[in-house]
Design a protein. Structure first.
Length: 138
């Protein structure tokens, strides 16, 4: 069974690139720097379903992403969560938070309708992020 991105993630996100284990997505909501790691494995809903090496790889990729995003966006806080109540495919949200953002201090889920990026803003975000993370578009 080949990896396929869940249709909701496909619809709501923009692909940034790939790490060794995960596909990196950017949520198409310009209000928050919001990124999602999705292990490129079929049939996985929970972190415990990953083998030991995959769990370590996911943790390494998550920590690297969080550190780079915090630096790039001067985060006050990084919100990291794997919830999956609506999208069952394992995915881990990484949301840069600022005390001045419109949802602070509450979670961002369900708070507002998304404000999509413009085409120019998508290009700028992807270029900046790929350079910071040393990722190629794939």
């Amino acid at each position: 069974m080949n990896f396929q991105l869940h249709p909701t993630l496909e619809k709501d996100c923009i692909t940034v690139g790939n790490f060794a284990l995960c596909r990196l997505l950017m949520m198409n909501d310009s209000r928050f720097p919001w990124f999602i790691l999705v292990p490129q494995l079929s049939g996985i809903k929970e972190i415990y379903q990953l083998n030991r090496q995959q769990r370590h790889q996911l943790t390494d990729e998550s920590c690297y992403l969080a550190e780079q995003l915090a630096h790039l966006h001067q985060a006050d806080k990084m919100n990291i969560a794997a919830i999956g109540n609506i999208v069952p495919q394992l995915h881990v949200h990484h949301i840069v938070r600022h005390q001045t953002d419109s949802a602070w201090p509450a979670p961002v889920w369900g708070k507002f309708d998304p404000t999509p990026y413009t085409a120019d803003a998508i290009g700028a975000q992807l270029t900046r992020l790929r350079a910071q993370l040393k990722l190629n578009a794939r």
